[in-house]
Ligand binder design. Structure first.
Ligand SMILES: *Cc1c(COP(=O)(O)O)cnc(C)c1O
Length: 384
């Protein structure tokens, strides 16, 4: 039997690895100086940040000076979008943004904020698997488009978007291209040159790093208007004393993820496919998302007629921690915008379950998840 909760919500956050913690610890106590200071205690902290910058840049095919540390993925998304839109409106009169209907709220709510400032936003629809095409992006670009923002992989479905194609056409059209790679980084071999990415958001806690730290990649000579005014940190583009331990931890976690990427992806896909096969034995179970272009650890299923919230509560009682695109989780009555965007009928969207496995899950846990979901769905259906 399993005597601690089976954590199956790795798209929400991940457990930090012990190696990452060990690498971070000295930066709370021994090397605790302010990185901007001239004396040794500060210089050592500064050195650690610059090492982390180099380590991270090498993994995504960037230069160290293209990495700007932020407090999270949300900040990187806000900064890329708002900072670029406002800068290009002031400089070139551009007032249009292209994005998709299935972005994370960090992007969608930033777009809504920009609409209130007078920007026009095109929210591209997706197909039933959650994919946009490069052609859709191309058709949406206008002379006054300031930025295109399309996520690398979706956090609810795991669907991977055709980023290299979109990047290429944006480069040809002379429009800046941002991607929210928070779900993809650490799992997929993201490369900013190959994918023609101008800006990219990443967050450490999604790949077994610490919470509260992320980065925005900005291609040379591309950077959004400054968002956080203050000191001269991050070459004057992002003020605030650096989260030194967090930055060091992020570099270590990103390196570990890069080193084990292929193995990890295989392990996750094996567990995910096993769970998927098990759940498909449940009558009327349907898999949501793109089964070809999908993050290896992500599974999104629907059980029509079941209430996703009740499913989550019952699973929690059985020690399974997962997520749903159903109401209430977000405090609203509507099912998730992503499930609506792929055209799921209301009852299917309400009965959705997202299981995301990660580095610390085991096949034994996968079996336990299958049993728990089967039991719970049967119980809820009997009640009806
Ligand atoms: C988690 C997530 C974010 C937000 O990152 P934080 O570091 O938690 O702010 C943004 N986009 C996607 C796709 C995510 O999954």
């Amino acid at each position: 039997m399993i005597n601690k909760p089976v954590y199956a919500d790795n798209a929400a956050t991940t457990r930090m690895s012990d190696d990452v913690l060990q690498e971070m610890l000295p930066y709370f106590t021994e090397t605790w100086g302010n990185p901007s200071a001239v004396y040794r205690t500060g210089r050592n902290a500064h050195q650690a940040i610059e090492d982390a910058r180099r380590r991270i840049a090498a993994i995504i095919g960037a230069g160290p000076m293209d990495i700007y540390f932020t407090s999270c993925g949300t900040e990187a998304d806000n900064w890329a979008l708002k900072g670029t839109a406002r800068k290009l409106r002031a400089k070139e009169g551009k007032k249009h943004i292209v994005t998709t209907a299935i972005e994370h709220h960090a992007i969608l709510h930033s777009c809504e904020a920009l609409e209130r400032e007078g920007f026009e936003v095109t929210y591209l629809p997706v197909d039933e698997k959650g994919r946009v095409t490069a052609q859709q992006v191309k058709d949406a670009i206008r002379d006054d488009t300031a930025i295109v923002s399309v996520m690398y992989a979706n956090n609810e479905l795991g669907t991977i978007e055709p980023i290299a194609e979109i990047g290429k056409l944006c480069r040809e059209a002379g429009v800046l291209f941002h991607t929210d790679a928070v779900q993809a980084a650490g799992i997929l071999p993201v490369d900013v040159e190959r994918d023609s990415i101008d800006m990219m958001s990443v967050s450490a806690h999604k790949f077994n790093g610490p919470k509260g730290v992320g980065f925005l990649y900005c291609r040379r000579n591309v950077h959004p208007e400054t968002f956080m005014d203050g000191g001269a940190q991050e070459r004057g583009h992002r003020a605030g004393t650096e989260n030194v331990a967090g930055i060091v931890g992020m570099a270590k976690a990103f390196e570990d993820a890069a080193a084990y990427k292929a193995d990890l992806a295989q392990k996750l896909a094996a567990m995910r496919d096993h769970i998927q096969a098990g759940l498909l034995e449940i009558p009327d179970c349907r898999v949501n998302g793109d089964q070809e272009n999908r993050l290896p650890g992500t599974l999104n299923v629907s059980f029509p007629g079941i209430d996703g919230q009740s499913l989550l509560f019952s699973l929690d009682l059985k020690g399974v921690e997962a997520s749903s695109g159903s109401a209430c989780a977000s405090g609203s009555l509507d099912p998730s915008h992503v499930l609506m965007a792929i055209g799921l009928p209301y009852t299917m969207a309400h009965g959705s379950l997202r299981i995301t496995v990660g580095r610390y899950n085991t096949m034994e846990e996968a079996d336990y998840i299958i049993r728990a979901v089967k039991e719970t769905v049967a119980e809820l259906r009997n009640k009806q």
